[in-house]
Design a protein around this ligand. Structure first.
Ligand code: SF4
Ligand code: SF4
Ligand code: FES
Length: 260
């Protein structure tokens, strides 16, 4: 079954652009990325698009299809009515490089600001032991393909560029949660306070658990329920724990004394 579809594709660069109309052939079983490739092979040879695997695993082909953030390679044409206009635009939360390609370097800079897993002192990797439930939790978060659709969707940065400086976004708050819940992470012994950083450096308080990030995750990771809400609970527990509060106060006093 072959038919002609009506596509509108955003063409332009950082200085501006517009939606361009295309009539393009669609064959049975094709996905949106196939159609974009057909346009490159026919009417729009200079159309810029980023992709790698065409299997939903590299996270490169993120865009907005009819306004919804999606992987183009995992969006079947059969979900649209044949008469429906299919509009493809670049992710809105990141600056456009050209056409459907955006500059996602905010995400890489944010990733670098999160201290890595700290191995437990005195234990060799072959001696690490974890309970199955801890392994399962980490496994869910590790399914992330870094497509940044959740980052693109979160209203905290989608319409507020200025918040990028103070908000890590769902993907990276999930990373903080993953490390903070990791039973073998020895960050605290190394002087790294992940909960405090979540709140004060990565902007956890900006998240009002709307779950929009979870809705668009192609890996079906329960970002809000399994990472963000537990992280918020852990931060609150820490704030209200009188021993932690006292320890912090003493540490801060010592710091002040040492500085004087
Ligand atoms: S749940 Fe939090 S991180 Fe996710 S979209 Fe809503 S505000 Fe953003
Ligand atoms: S958490 Fe999901 S939506 Fe966010 S970057 Fe990872 S795979 Fe993509
Ligand atoms: S091309 Fe790799 S996820 Fe779509």
């Amino acid at each position: 079954m072959t038919y002609q579809a009506h596509f509108k594709v955003w063409r332009g660069d950082k200085d501006g652009g517009r939606l361009v109309d295309y009539e393009v052939e669609v064959n049975e079983g094709e996905v949106v990325l196939d159609i974009i490739h057909r346009l490159q092979a026919t009417a729009a040879p200079d159309l810029a698009v980023r992709w790698n695997c065409k299997a939903g695993k590299c996270g490169s082909c993120s865009a907005e299809v009819n306004g919804r953030p999606r992987l183009m390679c995992m969006t079947r044409m059969s979900v649209f009515d044949q008469a429906e206009i299919v509009t493809v635009t670049p992710m809105r939360a990141f600056p456009v490089v050209r056409d459907l390609v955006t500059d996602v370097s905010y995400n890489y800079a944010t990733a670098r600001a999160i201290p890595a897993f700290v191995p437990p002192p005195g234990l060799k990797p072959s001696e690490y032991r974890m309970r199955q439930e801890d392994v399962d939790r980490v496994q869910e978060f590790r399914k992330c393909i870094e497509c940044f659709l959740c980052q693109n969707t979160c209203h905290v940065v989608r319409d507020h560029e200025e918040n990028k400086a103070v908000f890590a976004g769902p993907r990276f708050l999930m990373r903080v949660a993953e490390l903070d819940m990791h039973p073998l992470d020895a960050a605290a012994e190394a002087g790294i306070d992940r909960k405090r950083a979540a709140q004060e450096q990565h902007g956890l308080g900006y998240c009002n658990i709307t779950k929009c990030c979870t809705e668009v995750c192609p890996e079906h990771i329960k970002i809000t329920d399994n990472a963000l809400i537990p992280l918020k609970e852990r931060v609150v527990d820490r704030s209200y724990d009188p021993l932690v509060w006292l320890g912090d106060k003493i540490r801060r006093r010592r710091g002040d004394t040492e500085r004087h």
